[in-house]
Design a protein around this ligand. Structure first.
Ligand code: PMP
Ligand code: GLN
Length: 383
């Protein structure tokens, strides 16, 4: 029969809301993806590689050219010193990287500390791997944790903590002092940190992304996960990276080889090209998104919505209660898509226990006209 984790598992909120948007012809500010096509040079490179390059299995850990490009990129942008041969594995998206980390590093009964709001894939995968989740509940507007919260969650059975920064759906970046605190807990509890950093390149207002792996004592106990889909704004590409010390990487590669074994070589080639020849992409991309964030935030505020700060990701959040809306997030989201033609994501979907029910996530990685029309429709929905 079906494994208990999957028996009652609902379809993820991203698919549910995108499905409704497709069916109803609504503007989709729900699932996070940009509406432009992505950098032409990378798409051209992928196309050329598809026609003239190899379409056979690439090396299991990924094309050397891509692993070298990833190591060089993180060296340049985050001052990390990663050995491309022993410390990097290319995966089919960050989703596969997460699965490989959970499957290879959790043994049944191990406690895993996770922060709510939770990205949808974490909990089912951690449970399927036999992990016992210990949830820390973060709340708006700051979405921060403190020492008491970590003390309540960590124990002598803690094996792993899962950190997502910049944080989807909140759009906040974990401050340095909180990262230092978490590092201290990982070291004192001898725990591994799985760091979901897929949004590392999408940060605004001159903020810096600082990877947990760069904190004292963390170099050999972090699994850093990245996503080319997010770096280059082509979310369907599904090229991810696992970065960790050689012993961890060996275990991660062991899981990866029987999840997908490899990732399409043409996309790997194009991502390697993009990382080696970024031009001004890593400045222009967040600058453009920041402008879109500001356009949506201003439009919403002018229409009477209370908008929370967004320091990174494709998302900003609206506080429905503070906006004078007396409905929970899911009720509002369903009414907005069905009656007013705008899809969004209710943040309560990211909580497994005691959900925060008054926050709505909106994706601003869209054309100006789309954002303006969405604001008009959301203002109607607000009534
Ligand atoms: N983690 C987080 C926090 C994400 O937001 C996403 C995708 N939006 C992923 C993982 C999955 O990334 P990928 O598409 O590369 O599998
Ligand atoms: N990460 C995307 C989001 O947060 C969705 C990814 C997915 O649908 N699996 O919207």
């Amino acid at each position: 029969m079906v494994h208990p984790v999957y028996a009652d598992l609902p379809t993820t909120i991203f698919e549910e809301m995108s499905g409704l948007a497709r069916q109803l012809g609504a503007i989709n500010l729900g699932q996070g993806f940009p509406d432009d096509a992505g950098p032409m040079a990378l798409r051209q490179k992928a196309g050329e590689a598809l026609i003239t390059g190899t379409n056979q299995y690439p090396p299991m850990r990924g094309l050397p050219a891509l692993r070298q490009a990833v190591a060089a990129h993180y060296g340049r942008t985050q001052r990390l010193d990663l050995d491309w041969e022993s410390e990097i594995v290319v995966t089919s998206g960050a989703t596969e990287a997460l699965a490989a980390a959970f499957l290879s590093l959790i043994s049944p009964g191990d406690e895993v500390v996770l922060f709510q709001p939770l990205y949808d894939a974490y909990l089912p995968m951690v449970k399927r791997a036999g992990g016992v989740p210990k949830l820390v509940r973060l709340t708006p507007p700051h979405w921060r944790f403190d020492r008491a919260m970590l003390e309540a969650a960590f124990s002598d059975r803690t094996r792993m903590v899962v950190l997502n920064t910049p944080l989807n759906p909140a759009g906040v970046i974990t401050p340095d002092e909180d990262l230092a605190l978490l590092a201290e807990f990982c070291v004192s509890h001898d725990a591994i940190a799985v760091c979901d950093e897929v949004w590392e390149a999408v940060v605004f207002d001159d903020r810096q992304h600082r990877p947990l792996i760069s904190y004292p004592g963390m170099r050999d106990r972090c699994v850093k996960i990245g996503s080319a889909g997010k770096m280059f704004g082509m979310t369907g590409w599904k090229v991810g990276f696992l970065c960790a010390a050689p012993t961890l990487t060996k275990a991660l590669a062991g899981a990866h080889q029987f999840l997908t074994f490899t990732t399409p070589p043409n996309l790997q080639e194009a991502v390697a090209f993009g990382l080696e020849n970024p031009g001004d992409w890593f400045e222009a991309m967040p600058t453009g998104l920041q402008r879109s964030r500001d356009r949506l935030a201003t439009g919403l505020r002018d229409a009477g919505f209370a908008v929370l700060d967004s320091g990174g990701t494709y998302f900003l959040n609206v506080d429905l209660t503070a906006s004078g809306i007396d409905e929970d997030d899911r009720t509002f989201a369903l009414r907005a898509v069905r009656d007013h033609g705008v899809a969004s994501i209710p943040v309560s979907a990211f909580y497994a226990e005691d959900p925060v029910r008054h926050i709505l996530r909106l994706c601003f990685a869209k054309a100006d006209e789309t954002l303006d029309e969405a604001v008009k429709r959301l203002a109607e929905a607000r009534g």
